[in-house]
Design a protein around this ligand. Structure first.
Ligand code: FES
Ligand code: FES
Length: 155
């Protein structure tokens, strides 16, 4: 299940989830950066938990609920975290941003947005080479406050 739609696909068993999403389902919002699990550009949610999709095989996700950046705004209306990134100028490129936003959505849901230090810690797997970190923290803080989930939530 990807972004609420069921897909019956067969893969070479070596196909990563990232390649399956981009090359087979044409969901190119999820970006390929390092392919080594180090940059976070490929972050998606699997059953609500974030994972780096370059380090998991597509066949391992059979029956799971996968959400990509496209799935956050299915009707074209921005998700509150996306709105916050726009309002706080939380991005400069389009490359790391989808992964940053997917991580932000999950960490707010997990209740890990209680302080700037906590936000930084839980966003630390998502790298930004152009230094938008301050604005990203502002955006996550604002989105968390709006959702009322700055503290508490899942752990
Ligand atoms: S492309 Fe997956 S972590 Fe960099
Ligand atoms: S905004 Fe994408 S690398 Fe910095």
């Amino acid at each position: 299940m990807v972004n609420g739609a069921e897909h019956a696909l067969s893969f070479d068993p070596r196909t990563t989830l990232l390649d399956a999403l981009r090359d087979r389902l044409h969901l190119t919002g999820t970006k390929k950066g390092c392919s080594l699990g180090q940059c976070g550009a490929c972050t998606v949610l699997v059953d609500g938990e974030r994972i780096v999709s370059c380090l998991t095989l597509a066949v391992m996700q059979d029956g799971r609920e996968i959400t990509t950046i496209e799935g956050l705004a299915p009707e074209g209306e921005l998700h509150p975290v996306q709105e916050a990134f726009v309002a706080h100028d939380g991005f400069q490129c389009g490359y790391c941003t989808p992964g940053q936003i997917m991580s932000a959505v999950a960490l707010i849901e997990e209740g890990h947005a209680g302080s700037d230090a906590e936000i930084r810690e839980w966003m630390s797997g998502n790298l930004c080479r152009c230094g938008a970190y301050t604005n990203i923290v502002d955006a996550v803080r604002a989105a968390a406050a709006k959702s009322g989930a700055a503290a508490g939530g899942r752990s």
